[in-house]
Design a protein around this ligand. Structure first.
Ligand SMILES: [Zn+2]
Length: 292
């Protein structure tokens, strides 16, 4: 009975949040339906179904609603940056910012790069951009850069597909990404995303971690990302995302910017800006290994 009360309470919270955030993108709603409706496919004996149900609601509320809202109140110390120049679209790598390229701290390291969403789940869709496409483009370039610096890189996906076979529950899809990291005994797990918010004025980058051991990695990546992109610094935040909570190595989820902000969406589609994102995440990873 207590659990039922808690569920009702959470649903009320969710509905009340929706009432002042009516523009939550359609994918969120379908995610919720899928998340809540789908039977959990997680390993038997993990948790009973009602706690999974609760956990799924919690995860949804945290990932899709609380975190974007949290972004409103934290990490807002730096002023809004002007849009970066879009002039040299064909130029792929800003060599001048490649300071960390010579470090050999990535030799022998296994890094899992996880492009968020994919296939039937595009994630946020706004201003003509699908999050899953942006995530993949950034992730593939990051893979390339990390490999050139000597890291072994394992991608959870390299095309516009889900990671688990289509039709599986969201928790199975996310667990599959965790399984890849665990099977490869990865040293780091980096999940790449783009954000959305009902308020189209909200812009900036933020990085999430779950276990406290991952906070230094989150801080290094966030600092380097803001440094190379000039994005508004929305800080690092603890979160309960499945892929962060269930990986045993340091793991972060990078929200590279807000697709719902027209100006930032234009940047996120731009190859030069994407290469700055890649350079920032790369620098943060190198910084992390240099210090740990
Ligand atoms: Zn996402």
């Amino acid at each position: 009975m207590l659990q039922k009360s808690v569920i009702v309470l959470i649903l009320c919270l969710f509905v009340s949040m929706l009432s002042f955030a009516p523009a939550v993108h359609a994918a969120s709603i379908s995610d919720l339906v899928k998340t809540i409706g789908a039977p959990s496919m997680e390993a038997a004996g993990d948790k009973n179904s009602s706690s999974n149900f609760l956990e799924n609601i919690f995860n949804f509320v945290f990932e899709k609603l609380l975190n974007p809202l949290l972004g409103l109140s934290r990490g807002a110390s730096t002023p809004e940056q002007p849009a970066n120049s879009l002039k040299s679209v064909t130029q792929s790598q800003p060599e001048g910012t490649d300071v960390k390229q010579t470090s050999n701290s990535l030799q022998g390291k296994t890094i899992v790069v996880d492009p968020g969403h994919g296939g039937s789940n595009p994630g946020a869709v706004a201003n003509g951009t699908r999050e899953s496409d942006h995530n993949l483009a950034v992730s593939l370039a990051l893979q390339d850069k990390l490999r050139k610096a000597g890291a072994k890189v394992v991608m959870t996906r390299t095309a516009d597909t889900t990671v688990a076979p289509e039709g599986n529950s969201l928790s199975t899809e996310l667990q599959k990404r965790v399984d890849i990291a665990e099977a490869n005994q990865a040293d780091l797990f980096v999940s790449i995303h783009a954000n959305s918010n009902p308020d189209s004025k909200i812009a900036g980058a933020m990085t999430f971690f779950s276990q406290s051991g991952s906070e230094p990695l989150a801080k290094d990546i966030q600092a380097a990302l803001v440094n190379t992109t000039g994005a508004k610094d929305r800080g690092v935040h603890a979160a309960t995302f499945h892929v962060l909570r269930n990986t045993s190595m340091p793991s972060v989820l990078v929200e590279t910017g807000f697709l719902t902000n027209a100006e930032e969406a234009a940047l996120l589609r731009n190859d030069v800006y994407r290469s700055k994102i890649v350079q920032g995440i790369f620098n943060g990873v190198v910084q992390y290994f240099d210090n740990h």
